[in-house]
Design a protein around this ligand. Structure first.
Ligand SMILES: C[C@@H](O)C(=O)SC[C@H](NC(=O)CC[C@H](N)C(=O)O)C(=O)NCC(=O)O
Length: 235
């Protein structure tokens, strides 16, 4: 699969419940703003699964794309990865995997307290802790959170760097969009678990799609769109 970074849609349905973060740039723009020059230090990358990282990197180079980490085993592991950047400077990690229904497979966010985040995403968002890996050599721990097994579902890769409690969110990251069955219950769970509701649950004016919006304990924003309403919008 050739990865044409300029064609990555702003919001991509990754699996039944998890629509990847909206990123501000060429496709998703606030009127009058044509440059998001501060991606911040908290946003990590989008992970894209490809069957041949080396071939994909060669194609990206041939198209003038920017490769920031050449193909090779991930430090401390065996998965072949590479890092590339899109024209707005957003990072994409290419991960060598077999065929998958969800090539856009990760969104990585850095957090200041991993256990707090795991607990929050479990209890407020109904996610599972799919995998946790500590890497003392490189002083970080990651937790993969999601609604189904990696390799078939998009996952949220929460990264804790030893001793780093806060990150700059910049102005480019917008949100992760998740599709629950009941945004009212979701909002209640978020409030109970220490999240902050920034848009109370209810129908959007004019289109009746029920949504709610919140920020997690680190300030990462998530929007929740009623699953049935969302599917109706696609009809
Ligand atoms: C799928 C998952 O296991 C990985 O790919 S981990 C990749 C690894 N992550 C980190 O190093 C996170 C900590 C880092 N300080 C950060 O905040 O991004 C990574 O990026 N490795 C780079 C490499 O060259 O292997």
């Amino acid at each position: 699969m050739f990865l044409d970074l300029s064609s990555i849609p702003v919001t991509v349905t990754l699996c039944k419940r998890f629509i990847i973060a909206k990123i501000r740039g060429e496709h998703y723009r606030d009127y009058g703003v044509n440059k998001y020059d501060d991606i911040g230090t908290g946003f990590g990358h989008f992970g894209v699964a490809v069957e041949d990282v080396m071939k994909t990197v060669d194609l990206i180079k041939a198209k003038g794309g920017k490769v920031t980490r050449e193909p090779g085993p991930v430090k401390g592991g065996s998965t072949i990865i590479a890092f590339v950047e899109d024209p707005d400077g957003y990072k994409f990690e290419l991960l060598e995997r077999g065929p998958t229904p969800e090539p856009l497979c990760q969104v990585m966010l850095r957090v200041g307290d991993l256990d707090r985040s795991i607990n929050f995403y479990k209890k407020a968002y109904g996610m599972e802790l799919l995998r946790k890996r500590d890497d003392p050599e490189y002083k970080y721990t990651i937790a993969m959170m999601g609604y189904g097994p990696e390799g078939k579902n998009a996952v949220l890769e929460l990264t804790y760097n030893y001793g780093v409690k806060e990150y700059d969110k910049g102005n480019g990251y917008a949100q992760i969009v998740i599709r629950p069955d009941d945004v009212y219950k979701t909002a209640e769970a978020i409030k109970v678990c220490g999240g902050k509701i920034t848009l109370e649950p209810g129908p959007l004016p004019g289109i009746d799609t029920k949504i709610t919006v919140c920020v997690d304990p680190d300030g990462w924003k998530s929007a929740f769109v009623d699953n049935v309403d969302f599917l109706k919008e696609l009809e």
